[in-house]
Ligand binder design. Sequence first.
Ligand SMILES: [Zn+2]
Length: 76
Amino acid sequence: MRETVYWLVGPGARVRHAVEFAPGTFPGGQLLPTVCNRWIKIPFAGGGHAESIIQRCPECTSAVRPHQPCEVTWNA
Ligand SMILES: [Zn+2]
């Protein structure tokens, strides 16, 4: 696992998943693999309902925890 993981909310989703790629370096709509082996679409800038979402995917959480990476809560 990389040193930093980013927690983001896919469009229309209600939980955050962890990804190992900085979402800000990809265009909105780009698919990225999550730590829990799903795919997540990077939300479009200004899509903004996500700030209030704090719930994290339990599978990502348990996969990330042992590595103790830097964790960034990312919003478009
Ligand atoms: Zn997940």
